[in-house]
Design a protein around this ligand. Structure first.
Ligand code: AMP
Ligand code: MG
Length: 482
């Protein structure tokens, strides 16, 4: 086969503490469901001459490409606040692929069978959740939000047992790396300083080579992650994305969004929105996401203490100061992001009030988050009496006045169009696409995927995808899909 794999595996060369050597467990009757040709191109991989049957074998792990060295990675994590030793319980990293531009990508199979980290799990995944990760991660990428990508999904030809029998599947995930906050927690919990230092150096070499010469690598790495993660969560807030399970094992050091389990997009604006069925207390609610980001970063900082300074008190002070800076960084970024969403140039003292007044109005009136910004951009929507409301009209007047400050040639619309999506993966549309795909018809899924590829473009065929779900008494719920 001349696919173009160029494996250069470095994580698998780390000591036994970091991973388990393991092959994907073969599956009975693999069948390719979807292949991301665009992503393949970006990776300089060419699958065009490979038969459907061979693709199925390849993306199920029944045959491994030459040069791969498969491992399950060890990590720990705070899951809903509780510390646990975890690791890839249903995934294997088959290798690190280099693109022609020498960019390094982890190629990982998710749902590939049991590993020594599986605990009580079966090591497998169901088709619905893997297709869900595929469509939402690709939508996030198109929204210009850092994320892991999805290269392929195969059905395994085996059933998995959840609360019912479901078709099994394997997702091929592509990531800058799978190093997580939880990876640092795992190594730190082993209390081996040498290995912790190895991990810091490995991470810096891989993701932040500009820190190679830094005088305090651990502290600088902490500061970089604070920067990356504050940027990421502001992006999530911008589009109304709710990750749903922001455990420390699901926070990547690369700054990419990772692990699409119970995530979903907010429809009507309510800062307390939670979709995940297991998030009983709203720990990972929309508005809590920045606070949890900070909490996770504090757990990251704790791992690094022994490397930040030999004197523990000094180290704790340096790390605490860094973490306490998070609010400032986040707040500044969030305010600027909201200014962009409203097309405001420059900074005016009352901007924050203008923004918060709109959000309050949206909350009280259950206005759709995405569509309210579309309305401000003069995008055609379905019937919407809500925007005739007097309070909104009063707010509009103030907004118009503010927009016209520092605004040359109506440039505000351009700014708004670059940050306000017109189509997002609305929950009811995702469910529709997954339902028909699970029944064997992938067309609707593919059509939706195509629409989600250009979320900022106002096209003629998207009205059906803009409307929020009809309001029912039933609250939309998501599940981990484990
Ligand atoms: P997640 O909720 O996907 O972030 O997974 C949390 C942990 O549970 C990770 O260690 C996973 O590898 C593991 N896990 C999730 N589902 C399964 C499964 N079906 N079998 C074995 N391990 C699993
Ligand atoms: Mg996870």
């Amino acid at each position: 086969m001349t696919i173009g794999w160029h494996f250069d595996n470095t994580y698998s060369k780390l000591s036994e503490t970091f991973k388990e050597e393991i092959k994907p467990i073969p599956v009975k009757n693999p069948e390719l469901v979807i292949l991301n040709e665009q992503l393949a191109k970006e990776l300089n991989l060419d699958f065009s001459n490979i038969s459907q049957q061979d693709l199925s074998k390849l993306f199920s792990g029944n045959i491994l490409p030459e040069g791969s060295h498969s491992i399950a990675q060890a990590y720990a994590g705070h899951q809903f606040g509780h510390f646990t030793m975890l690791g890839d319980g249903r995934a294997v990293l088959i290798g690190e692929h280099l693109s022609n531009k020498n960019q390094r990508f982890d190629i990982q199979f998710k749902g590939s069978g049991r590993t020594s980290f599986s605990r009580r799990g079966d090591g497998r995944a169901a088709l619905g959740p893997m297709l869900r990760e595929y469509i939402i991660s690709e939508a996030m990428h198109a929204l210009n939000i850092p994320t892991t990508r999805s290269l392929a999904v195969v059905k395994t030809g085996e059933n998995v047992i959840r609360d019912q029998f479901l078709p099994g599947a394997i997702l091929t995930r592509v990531a800058a790396s799978h190093i997580r906050v939880g990876t640092f927690q795992y190594i730190a919990a082993k209390q081996n300083l040498e290995e912790l230092e190895i991990l810091v150096n490995f991470t810096i070499d891989r993701h932040y080579p500009n820190l190679q010469k830094s005088k305090n690598k651990a502290l600088d790495l902490l500061n970089v992650l604070i920067d990356k993660q504050s940027e990421l969560v502001v992006n999530w807030m911008r589009v109304g994305f709710i990750h749903g399970v922001m455990n420390t094992d699901n926070m990547a050091i690369s700054g990419e969004t990772i692990d699409y389990g119970p995530c979903a997009f907010m429809d009507h604006y309510d800062p307390q929105t939670v979709f995940s069925s297991i998030d009983e207390y709203g720990r990972y609610a929309y508005d809590n996401q920045p606070k949890i980001t900070k909490w996770n970063l504090a757990r990251f900082a704790e791992c690094l203490i022994p490397l930040i300074d030999k004197d523990e008190e000094t180290a704790v002070k340096l790390a605490t100061d860094a973490i306490n800076n998070f609010e400032n960084i986040y707040e500044t970024r969030w305010l600027n992001m909201m200014r962009d969403k409203l097309g405001l140039f420059g900074e005016v003292k009352n901007d924050k009030k203008l923004i918060l007044d709109l959000l309050d109005w949206m909350k009280i009136n259950k206005a759709d988050f995405t569509n309210t910004f579309c309305y401000l951009m003069n995008i055609k929507l379905g019937k919407n009496k809500i925007y005739l409301n007097q309070e909104f009209t009063n707010w509009l007047e103030l907004w118009h006045k503010r927009v016209n400050l520092n605004n040359l040639n109506n440039k505000h619309l351009e700014l708004m169009k670059s940050v306000n999506p017109i189509v997002i993966p609305r929950n009811h549309k995702v469910e529709e696409a997954l339902k028909t795909a699970s029944e064997g018809n992938i067309k609707r899924f593919n059509d939706f995927l195509k629409i989600l590829q250009t979320p900022y473009e106002n096209k003629s065929n998207i009205l059906d995808f803009q409307n929020p779900a009809p309001i029912t008494n039933e609250k939309y719920q998501t599940f981990c899909g484990t």
